[in-house]
Design a protein around this ligand. Structure first.
Ligand SMILES: [Zn+2]
Length: 114
């Protein structure tokens, strides 16, 4: 007996006993928990570390941790994307300030005894 099913993706009503929608190919029924990871609901630790490092002493580490956090959040569905972005932005700002500072020092050293 054929079952009438509505596709959750394309909303097409089809008569099929197959596991997939003939219209768009989306799987029917409860989604396999192994296939769809879903958000973990955990705040990513690397994102927190990134922000803390970026606003304290170590801008380069903030940038590095921010990139790691972004990757982990993408892979695991962790929370903390905003934290990671803030850590990255502040980290790069810190790097820029550090670069300007170094350039000033180099400039002073080079032109000081003119
Ligand atoms: Zn469909």
């Amino acid at each position: 007996m054929m079952a009438s099913r509505e596709c959750s993706r394309c909303s097409a009503l089809t008569e099929t006993n197959g596991a997939f929608c003939p219209n768009c190919g989306a799987p029917y029924g409860p989604t396999d928990p192994g296939v769809q990871a879903g958000p973990s609901g955990q705040t990513n630790g690397m994102a927190i570390a990134s922000l803390v490092l970026a606003i304290s002493c170590c801008s380069p580490l903030g940038v590095v941790f921010g990139h790691i956090a972004k990757k982990q959040i993408r892979e695991r569905g962790d929370d903390g994307g905003g934290l990671a972005t803030a850590g990255l932005v502040l980290g790069y700002l810190g790097l820029a300030v550090l670069a300007v500072y170094l350039l000033l020092i180099v400039g002073l050293v080079l032109f000081a005894d003119g």
